[in-house]
Design a protein around this ligand. Sequence first.
Ligand SMILES: Nc1ncnc2c1ncn2[C@@H]1O[C@H](COP(=O)(O)OP(=O)(O)OP(=O)(O)O)[C@@H](O)[C@H]1O
Ligand SMILES: [Mg+2]
Length: 570
Amino acid sequence: MNERNQSEQTRNVLIGICSVGAVFVSAPACVAAFVLGRLLRRRHGWLLTAAVAGVGVTALFYQSIVGEMGRALDALESTNRPLEPGAMAAAAWPHMRTWWFEAIGIAPALALFTEAVRSKSVEEQHRARDRARERRQERRERRARRALGAEPERPGNGFELGRHLAGDRLLKTSRGRAQMLLGRMKKTTLVVGAPGSGKTETLLRLAHGTASVTDWSVFVLDAKGDEHTLRRFDELMRHAGRTPLMFPQDRYDGWRGSGREIANRLIELIDWAEEGGGTYYRDLSVNLVRLACTAPQGPPSSSRELLDRLDRNTLADLWAGTPRAKDLLTFKDEHVAACRHRYQAFFDAVGGQLDGQFAFEDADSGYLLLNELLYGEETSKLARFLLEDFKQYVAARKQEGHQVLLIVDEFSAIASGERVARLVEIVRSYGASLVLAPQAYEGMGGDEAASRILNAAHTIILHAVPEPEPLIRAAGTKIEIEASVQHDSGRSLDVGSARAQHQYKVSPNDVRALQPGACFVIGSGRAQKVQVAPTSTTGIPRKPQVGSEEPPASDPPVDIFKPPDDPLQL
Ligand SMILES: Nc1ncnc2c1ncn2[C@@H]1O[C@H](COP(=O)(O)OP(=O)(O)OP(=O)(O)O)[C@@H](O)[C@H]1O
Ligand SMILES: [Mg+2]
């Protein structure tokens, strides 16, 4: 202990001598070194470069500095008044002032020296070790990728998500701008946040960024039915040179694909009983819908045609002369009628909006607004129908190699976690990316579904939530130093101890305190705090894509709640 105290003392004396020397050579350089040391504490590379440059510049003035020092000495001698410090200072000052400013270039070198000799806290030492380890690891990974010919994505291959605030550099960050690379967008992203935390704004940022820099199709399924967001999406897509499909204003064609695919979509509509006597009727209805959709004459092409087919006599005519005709005899009239009533109730509520001309494959972007005021309790069924159609579109109708992004806002309102987990697992292999936005971990459909979705999510954009714990686990832990000070009846004894322990990289309290638009971007065991840049259409508009029709700017606003021109008459 004594030995340590002695070496500490020697170090302090040396530092003292050096400080006096530094002030003598250039007091302004000492002040500048103090400021630089504060500003560039974590940027040793920059400091080193500045130090080399600064020392080089000062070397150019070397002769002049030495000359000024000599002249100051001569001036002091010529005053002949050694007992009058004021007079001596006045004589030496003009020369001193000159050499102080000529030697100001040594400031970065002084800052670097101070940084090297200053005693560091245990926490700083740990952080420095962590950083060095991370850098070594990154270098090793880069070398391995290069050796395998798998170069990482170039930074230009993405769009700006927002400004870096703190934490790991999970996103490509340059000059404080955090970029979302397309490689990350290709995988599943979760955007989680309490009401008003900035989820929708972030979703719009992702949609607009993707639409601006890629030719991917971009769709939003809005379970909250926010008309204002629909209008902003429309503006943003047009700004990116797209011609978006706007449901329900543009009626959707729900009758694409084979009879079997249409039947699968229709089966998704009904809240079937999974157990008990209800399963018997469920199976009957599944069979009826399959018979109605896979008849030899081809699948139905409208809701009217489907409802017409859900009739025992019509089905018997459709299947006449085939072995299936006999199966039809086993159905009772009331079973067929019950099945038809279910579908009729749904198609009545939807009001012909699934009998339109557009489907996912016809648009480069689209907003599917599911308005609960319009569809009532059928809203979630409509969402399930559209999600099933999306699944079939990416699997069978999408052009091979074409990438699609589907953003589902407030998905917990429309689909069970189990369904969404299946969707996530299936669509990725077909070149579709998903962005899902629940309000909380609890809104992801129970522990099992939530952990499936979480495991499939490559990136979590976490806005303020009251219970962030299950989500911040994905960011991993860091070593934090817990310091304690010994005391005697409350009086500090100036003796302390430090204990290293693992703590979550993202503190739950920091998540709770996030302002609207601020978030933690979590992935690959890292977490970066980012302020999402709000979307705007004031930048230079992108050139419209070939073949897309730009509507006249003076188009009147669309009333999306206006009933369609020819609603389905039942
Ligand atoms: N990136 C941002 N920058 C600045 N302000 C923002 C940002 N994101 C959101 N806000 C502010 O917060 C408000 C709410 O944002 P937003 O509608 O995106 O939240 P939300 O999480 O989708 O809420 P809800 O769950 O109610 O839909 C916005 O109207 C805006 O004023
Ligand atoms: Mg929202």
